[in-house]
Design a protein around this ligand. Structure first.
Ligand code: ATP
Length: 905
């Protein structure tokens, strides 16, 4: 085998030009697939089916990138300048700062990348294969040449396949060919010279199945696949960025230019007007520039984002595109699927309705324990209506799922609706194996949300053909002209069935109908035309699917947070309204159906969409119109989806959310976020986290800008007032570095503020520098300046040495920054509470580290030499602490005034 596969990789055979048997023979495979042992052997020989998609820059390049930054250029220029002036200590310190800054950036970026990598890995696709003749779902990475892979609509083709069998198989190959119109696949060989887009007999790794089904043998995996060969071209390094980050970076650049210009002015002013020495003024200008430029901000924002993404992943919301984190925080409307997301997706048949009787089914879940009853009296199989027995046989046959028992717990493998039907049939006394043996399947029309039914063609041993149709009752009713009764077939009583359907749906049950149509034994294929008419309705099934407890809470939380939740379901309107009422969505009275949506033009839909929360009997294309209508009304919309046809709506939504468990690859590919547990509560949590991330980014800005501005004001005023500089350039560099590393970094780890989900969503067009920021930044900057400069002047007046006064001034500045950090735990609310003051571990760690560093800075002889500091007395610390406390209290007072007179929070 290994020799052969080498032949394949060295000299790729043109599998598209050969008959499929040749591929099977070449890979020593069979229609029923490889054996598990053989597959494992091949996996060990050939390696995983995995392509390195992102070309990562190596660590050296990443390190080098840290130096490519305007601030670093200024610092290096300053280091050269000081070296010329032979201020060696300054040169040394500046270079050390450059190095430390770069290494911190390097480590942080590495961590952020790692976090995102881990999340990408969580999204690795699955493949359905035949091994030992059995269908298995395995991670796509474990596929080997020779494996038989089954494809269906929504799948991402997991390896290069020579197709063996296709049923209306259409594949979208845009990743390979650029052509976004799906190609209809066949199994006949094509010309050897056919280009990729014309190789109809192949399915290529990474392309998406948009319709139909197929089966193929793996001819290439991993790097040997067509996509593997060109992956170098496709690989994009996903930048860790979002609109907000870009906005801040841009703002930072403009600010830097202004600051450099301002520093030049200050230099000119100091040198010519105030007669400072050129060297001293040069250093002052440099320190001014360095202290004011918020160089740490981009790194802190990236880290905040990465932490947010990691937290979301831990809570089952996997972000695929980073900007979604921010958008999530601004979401005003969430449109959610019902089944499985808002409900448990644990279906149980509770009611059976035939033309003659109404039955109840006892037992819960998928365990086939329970019985069919009428008015509490058990009925055996032979006591049931013949129509019902036929109906129960029908749902056993027209079914692609099965029940499995794991440690006493019954679970469904496949579709839960089908699992519920199976359990009901078994409770009645039927055996799926016997029934499928008696009446094997010849063909099928699979269930799709678009047509809302599934049909299968069977033949019994007497040669009689049957088509069983199960699906949404209104749909099935249109195919039936007759109903089965105890007295034989009779013309259908549509009113009776509609009433029964409404009654079941009103109690929140999902309703399915089953019908049968006899066909000649010679019919071997099944098409849509065969089920248009002529079927006999057998019975209805009423299935309950209880709402998820946590979804009820999450919906309430969303409402509190000013977010409207809308349910978009394929189910009947009455079922949807009833379930909606239990969940707190809608008023239990109004719903719009897919049919209504079709009757409305865009303007009418826009009007309707705001007030109504339940959309029933919808198909995926309605979702697209709904998103568009909501967006036209100014809503930031999150929309869930799982099917291949949901992809356009997911793409269009502000945040497209795919289901991790039951979602197709196509829907995941189109979405910004994937829910690992398919659970609505995870969306609400992600919104909360999105708001937290945005808040934390604002907090970092609120901390960094005023502290930077406070430092620069100190220098500018000293020069303007012809005073001694209260901080030397190296000291400014020091403060800037230690505070941004410790204090601002702690803000990235801030937990969610308590009231976050009680506020209305942020307006998406809200500028970064909002009213609060424009006010609070200068306010705190002035406080810090007043304290630092005032304390320095005071010490000067006491007649201490300059070094001493400076050391006191620096510690005053740092204390102000440290106390202000606590104000930022809550942006608007007061922090006088246990959680407010002690709720953040990261903050206390940062404070402890900063205190140790500052003590070393003040008392360690080496630091004294390097930075020109000197030990200070205890009473100086007393004044420093009082100042810090004053900053804290004044900012709290400011918050109180704002809360009281300016904003309502
Ligand atoms: P959502 O997840 O969007 O809330 P849904 O899962 O309730 O939607 P669909 O899966 O589109 O909706 O199902 C619509 C209707 O199709 C159901 O109400 C049911 O009558 C019918 N149906 C569901 N599953 C099957 C199936 N496997 N076979 C036949 N009919 C089905």
């Amino acid at each position: 085998m290994s020799n052969k596969s080498n032949t394949v990789s060295d000299n790729p055979l043109k599998w598209h030009a050969y008959k499929s048997d040749k591929a099977l023979a070449h890979f020593e495979s069979r229609a029923e697939g490889l054996s598990v042992i053989e597959a494992e052997k091949r996996l060990a020989e050939i390696g995983q089916n995995h392509i390195e998609t992102s070309q990562r820059s190596g660590p050296l390049v990443r390190l080098a990138r840290q130096f490519n930054n305007i601030l670093i250029y200024i610092l290096i220029a300053a280091a050269i300048g000081t070296a010329f002036l032979e201020h060696w200590v300054d040169t040394f310190v500046i270079l050390a700062v450059v190095l430390i800054n770069a290494s911190i950036g390097f480590v942080q970026e590495g961590k952020a990348e790692q976090a995102l990598d881990a999340i990408r890995n969580m999204l690795s696709p699955q493949a359905v294969v035949l091994r030992n003749g059995q269908r298995q779902t395995i991670p796509a990475e474990q596929l080997v040449p020779g494996d038989i892979v089954l494809l269906q609509a929504g799948d991402k083709v997991p390896a290069d396949l020579r197709l063996l069998d296709t049923r209306s198989l259409r594949i979208e190959e845009a990743v390979l060919t650029g052509e976004s119109v799906p190609v209809e696949k066949r199994i006949d060989p094509v010309a050897t010279s056919a280009s990729l887009g014309d190789r109809l007999s192949m399915a290529y790794s990474g392309t998406l199945v948009s319709f139909g089904r197929g089966r193929g043998v793996v001819v290439a995996t991993g790097a040997q696949t067509e996509i593997g060969r060109i992956s170098a071209m496709l690989s994009k390094v996903e930048m860790i960025t979002t609109p907000l980050l870009r906005q801040t970076a841009e703002f930072g650049r403009i600010l830097s230019i202004i600051i450099i210009f301002l520093s030049a002015l200050i230099f000119a002013f100091g040198y010519w007007v105030r007669d400072y020495a050129a060297a001293e003024m040069f250093l002052a200008a440099v320190s001014l520039a360095v202290s004011t430029i918020p160089e740490g901000l981009p790194a802190i924002m990236t880290i905040t984002l990465a932490i947010g993404v990691q937290k979301m992943a831990r809570r089952n919301a996997i972000i695929r595109r980073l900007p979604a984190v921010e958008t999530l925080g601004a979401v005003t409307t969430i449109c959610s699927d019902k089944t499985g997301t808002l409900t448990c997706n644990e279906m149980t048949v509770q009611a059976l309705v035939t033309a003659d009787h109404q039955y109840q089914v006892s037992g819960v879940g998928y365990a086939p324990q329970g019985a069919i009853e009428i008015d509490g009296k058990m009925r055996d199989l032979d006591q049931l209506d013949p129509a019902l027995v036929m109906g129960l046989k029908g749902v056993l046959l027209c079914n692609d799922s099965w029940l499995v028992e794991k440690e006493g717990d019954w679970q469904v493998s496949g579709d839960p609706t089908e699992g519920a039907l199976l359990a009901a049939a078994i409770k009645a006394g039927l055996d799926p194996k016997i029934e499928t043996g008696l009446c094997p399947r010849t063909d099928l029309i699979p269930f799709e949300s678009d047509h809302k039914f599934m049909a299968t063609l069977h033949h019994d041993h007497q040669g009689q053909g049957y088509i069983f149709i199960k699906g949404a009752p209104e749909r099935v009713l249109t195919m039936c002209q007759h109903q089965a009764t105890a007295a034989g077939e009779q013309p259908i009583d549509a009113d009776f069935w509609h009433q029964s359907m409404e009654r079941l749906a009103d109690s929140g049950q999902r309703v399915l109908a089953i019908a049968v149509k006899k066909v000649p034994g010679t019919q071997m294929e099944l098409g849509f035309d065969d089920v248009k008419a002529g079927a006999v309705l057998l019975n209805l099934f009423g299935i309950i699917d209880p709402p998820r407890e946590e979804a009820i809470k999450a919906v309430a939380e969303c409402h509190q947070a000013g977010i409207r939740v809308k349910m978009i379901t394929g189910d009947h309107a009455a079922t949807a309204k009833a379930i909606g009422l239990q969940l707190g969505i809608g008023d239990g009275k109004t719903a719009i159906t897919g049919h209504d949506i079709e009757q409305m033009d865009d303007t009418a839909l826009q009007k309707a969409v705001t007030d109504v929360d339940i959309f029933a009997r919808t198909s995926p294309e309605h979702k697209l119109r709904l998103v568009a209508a909501l967006q036209a009304q100014g809503h930031v919309t999150a929309m869930t989806g799982d099917g291949v046809n949901d992809a356009p709506a997911l793409k269009r939504a502000d945040v497209g959310i795919a289901m991790g468990k039951k979602g197709t690859e196509a829907s995941k590919e189109a979405s910004e976020m994937v829910l690992a547990d398919d659970n609505f509560a995870s969306i609400a949590r992600a919104v909360k986290e999105g708001r937290t991330v945005y808040n934390n980014i604002r907090k970092s800005i609120l901390h960094m800008l005023p502290t930077n501005a406070g430092q620069s004001l100190t220098i500018i005023f000293a020069i303007l007032l012809a005073h001694q500089l209260p901080l030397t350039p190296v000291q400014v560099l020091w403060v800037n570095m230690v505070t941004s590393v410790t204090l601002a970094m702690a803000l990235a780890f801030e937990p969610t503020e308590p009231g976050v989900m009680r506020r209305h969503p942020r307006r998406p067009d809200m500028p970064l520098l909002s009213g609060l920021m424009l006010w609070r930044i200068p306010f705190v900057a002035l406080l810090l300046w007043a304290g630092t400069f005032g304390h320095f002047v005071y010490m000067d007046m006491l007649g201490v040495m300059d070094d001493y006064a400076r050391t006191v001034a620096i510690n005053t500045l740092v204390a102000g920054q440290l106390f202000y950090l606590f104000n930022l735990r809550y942006i608007d609310q007061h922090v006088f509470s246990v959680d407010g003051l002690f709720g953040s571990k990261a903050m206390w760690i940062a404070v402890a580290v900063l205190i140790v560093i500052q003590l070393a800075f003040t008392y360690a002889p080496l630091m004294n030499t390097l930075f020109g500091t000197t030990p200070i007395a205890l009473e100086d610390w007393g004044r420093i602490l009082v100042f810090g406390l004053l900053v804290f209290l004044l900012v709290e007072l400011e918050k109180w005034v704002r809360r009281r007179y300016f904003i309502s929070v």
